[in-house]
Design a protein around this ligand. Sequence first.
Ligand SMILES: NC(=O)c1ccc[n+]([C@@H]2O[C@H](COP(=O)([O-])OP(=O)(O)OC[C@H]3O[C@@H](n4cnc5c(N)ncnc54)[C@H](OP(=O)(O)O)[C@@H]3O)[C@@H](O)[C@H]2O)c1
Length: 334
Amino acid sequence: MTIKTNFDALWITERNGSYEKKIKQSSISELPAGDVLIRVKYSSVNYKDALSASGNKGVTKKFPHVPGIDAAGVVVQSNNDAFAEGDEVIVTGFDLGMNTWGGFGEYIRVPAAWVTPLPKGLSLQEAMAYGTAGLTAGLSVLEVVDSEISPEAGPVIVSGATGGVGSIAALLLNQLGYKVVVISGKKDDDFLLGTLGASEVVSREAFIEKHDAKPIAKPVFAAGIDTVSGLILSGMLKATQYGGVVTCCGMVASPKLQTSIFPFILRGVKLAGIDSVQAPMPLRQKVWQLLAADWKPENLQQIVTEINLQALPGVLETILHGNAKGRYVLKHAD
Ligand SMILES: NC(=O)c1ccc[n+]([C@@H]2O[C@H](COP(=O)([O-])OP(=O)(O)OC[C@H]3O[C@@H](n4cnc5c(N)ncnc54)[C@H](OP(=O)(O)O)[C@@H]3O)[C@@H](O)[C@H]2O)c1
């Protein structure tokens, strides 16, 4: 397979404390050392990418930097027996796009331990329609399923519903036959009730007022999938039925959780932390298989906006300011 001498990448550069996003011609020699060189066909845009691109030092310590925590593409060189030229692969999480050059460039070079073979039933584009958001949503839904909470047990509540993780979690739950109630800051019934198939939409403020006002609330949800934390996560815990589970993965609303002990000691509610970044390879592969086959929603593409590298800086701003809707898939030039 021919390797381009020069290719495009989105670079974030620090200048006097502010951060500029610029598409620059780059070369293979600039990539970090690694086992597997991959021609990236698609990447996707996540909240963490927006943080990296805005100079958040908790995500990326050193600039200039090429972000992109997700990549799907074709192996062009490998010094590891597990991968050969021409293999279609996915890389998400680990250090990709954080302090290691990421998927916003047309090539990446990474350790073999970060690489997942593309599962049968999934295209490279579909893998990035899911991306880190989909893997995280899949891990969250797996907690609900593994806790033996059936669709008959009651509705599942999902927060940050128009965001990447929230929208895919709602689609997956719907596909598995669960009734889904969503929390959203946006008034977009076509998307939330129509595309995502939610049975009810609750505003963030109404949810907090109804379910977080007291140390424990009426138990109305069988489970919860939270992506924002703060008072919304607290309210979810308080409104979960006996033996239910609430998953948490993000902190868009707050990095803090202040709640009461009662859901845990009176109802045996479990709080399950979700991490897709360091998730072990067998677990990752299990979830990717489910996403590629039994759990794959028919209308996955309806939540996808495909963009090119030129549109990426604007999308990063949209996501940073909480105005994202669904998934943004970056298609690199052929
Ligand atoms: N632990 C992990 O492995 C892992 C993996 C992936 C993501 N995450 C984290 O999960 C979170 C969601 O990620 P994402 O990629 O889905 O982000 P995203 O696409 O930006 O979606 C976040 C959504 O949260 C809602 N939101 C925004 N600001 C809010 C606020 N102030 N209060 C309450 N809700 C707010 C919005 O939805 P509505 O307008 O519909 O409410 C927004 O679309 C992030 O914190 C991310 O870092 C963690």
